[in-house]
Design a protein. Structure first.
Length: 232
């Protein structure tokens, strides 16, 4: 199993103000899967993503990713984990406005230990002809594709996507999801997508439903659809 959470607990506040963002959560995700995580606002989805990405520590329990037990990692070890193993894609693209498409991607590839070929990644993302353009010269969907390329160029074992279509229209959303699907097939990258849009779950290998800080449901998708077939 590539990802395992055992009694994962994260809490905030004390006594009467105590809130469990993760409440002894247990879940498993296989290597190479596309996993979509659903749940209402405040359910613990973002906290879960932060834990998987090594952005925060659990208070109790274990989280194991690719054989790494992150539970005992100190800050410098988590930094190395994020640098080597994890790619992040967020709702807001966070591109550097004064750098071209290629330069935005090279910022990450230059510090990666085993980066992918930038020409190959640009071609995979359908962005090769835009390599010398600046972010302001791109559509929202194109900017998100650059953000995905920047995340994947380091050749991560885990790709974490937080509401990556939240700021996009339907057409752009579907295009971006098609490229996520393509990257997963091309590089076998384990991909976790957190979203409020239940339609996206139809392209997943695995669907996890989070509520009140627990994984209430963890199921394989028996009728997986391609991203191009989604009705968003």
């Amino acid at each position: 199993m590539f990802i395992t959470l055992k009694n994962a607990t994260k809490k905030y506040g004390e006594e009467e103000s105590l809130v469990y963002a993760l409440d002894h959560a247990n879940l498993e995700i296989e290597k190479g899967e596309i996993c979509v995580i659903l749940g209402p606002s405040g359910s613990g989805k973002s906290t879960l993503l932060n834990m998987l990405g090594g952005l925060d520590h659990l208070d109790e329990g274990e989280i194991i990713v690719g054989g790494r037990n992150l539970s005992g990692y100190k800050s410098n070890m988590l930094t190395d984990y994020r640098k080597e193993d994890v790619g992040f894609v967020f709702q807001f693209y966070n591109l550097i406005p004064d750098l071209t498409v290629a330069e935005n991607i090279e910022v990450v590839s230059d510090i990666a230990e085993n980066p992918l070929n930038i020409d190959e990644v640009l071609e995979a993302m359908g962005m090769e002809k835009y390599r010398y353009r600046f972010p302001k010269e791109l559509s929202g969907g194109q900017q998100q594709r650059v953000a995905i390329a920047r995340a994947i160029i380091k050749n991560p074992k885990l790709l974490l996507c937080d509401e990556l279509t939240g700021a996009l229209d339907t057409k752009s959303s579907k295009t971006v999801l098609e490229f996520i699907e393509k990257i997963n097939k091309l590089y076998k990258t384990t991909t976790v997508i957190i979203t409020h849009n239940e339609a996206i779950a139809k392209m997943a290998d695995r669907v996890i439903y989070i509520k009140d800080g627990k994984a209430q449901e963890n199921r394989m998708n028996p009728e997986k659809k391609s991203a191009s077939e989604l009705e968003l």
